[in-house]
Design a protein around this ligand. Structure first.
Ligand code: 5GP
Ligand code: MG
Length: 181
């Protein structure tokens, strides 16, 4: 099944499944049998998070955050973060789960805010990493796939709130990228 607005499938359902399972193994090897607070970045991370945590042998608590950046005037980096679910991160082993790392600005802002809540450890896992687009010095502790600089949809990623439920990651046609409805 491919959508007309999807130019090609970049990562098939099967490749994602295999890699997500491996990632869970890499994560479990680092945390041992400790409890993790998984913090999913809404909305894009919800599919990845749901698949990933079902492969983790650890006890997991959940929190979700919504990050809103307001680019007003001279202060473009201002980010407000709202946490729901497990909000007590103090002394805990926190794993931020994000769909894609692009310029790195969002994740950098999120980590700065979460650090103030005093977690014992703070790590990040991203499914996709657009390495060539980075504008700030940040890398994720666990990465699913390095990906090229193209607009990607599926497996949680949207275009105008569509395509999040595609079971694969695809490249959106550039003609479609301009449309908003
Ligand atoms: P950053 O602050 O790293 O530039 O932005 C990361 C955010 O941009 C991601 O969480 C995601 O919401 C969005 N983003 C970056 N690249 C893509 C992409 O190819 N497709 C979609 N749907 N969102 C993207
Ligand atoms: Mg996002």
């Amino acid at each position: 099944m491919t959508e007309p607005d999807v130019e090609r499938v970049l990562l098939s359902r099967e490749r994602i499944e295999t890699r997500v399972c491996e990632l869970a193994g890499e994560i479990a090897a680092v945390y041992g049998d400790g409890e993790i607070v998984a913090v999913g970045v809404l909305t894009g991370a919800f599919v990845f998070l749901a698949d990933l945590v079902r492969h983790l042998p650890n006890r997991v608590r959940f929190s979700f955050l919504k990050a809103d950046s307001y680019a007003t005037g001279t202060y473009p980096g201002a980010l407000s973060v709202t946490l729901v679910g497990e909000t007590d991160l103090s002394g805990r082993d926190v794993l931020v789960v994000e769909d894609i790392l692009d310029t790195g600005r969002t994740l950098e802002g999120i980590l700065g805010i979460l650090r103030r809540r005093g977690p014992r450890t703070l790590r990040t896992v991203v499914l996709l990493d657009k390495v060539s687009r980075r504008e700030v010095a940040i890398s994720a502790d666990f990465v699913g796939f390095p990906v090229p600089d193209a607009f990607l949809v599926g497996y949680g990623l949207d275009h105008a709130q569509r395509y999040r439920n595609l079971p694969y990651v695809g490249v959106l046609r550039s003609e479609a990228a301009g449309k908003s409805s």
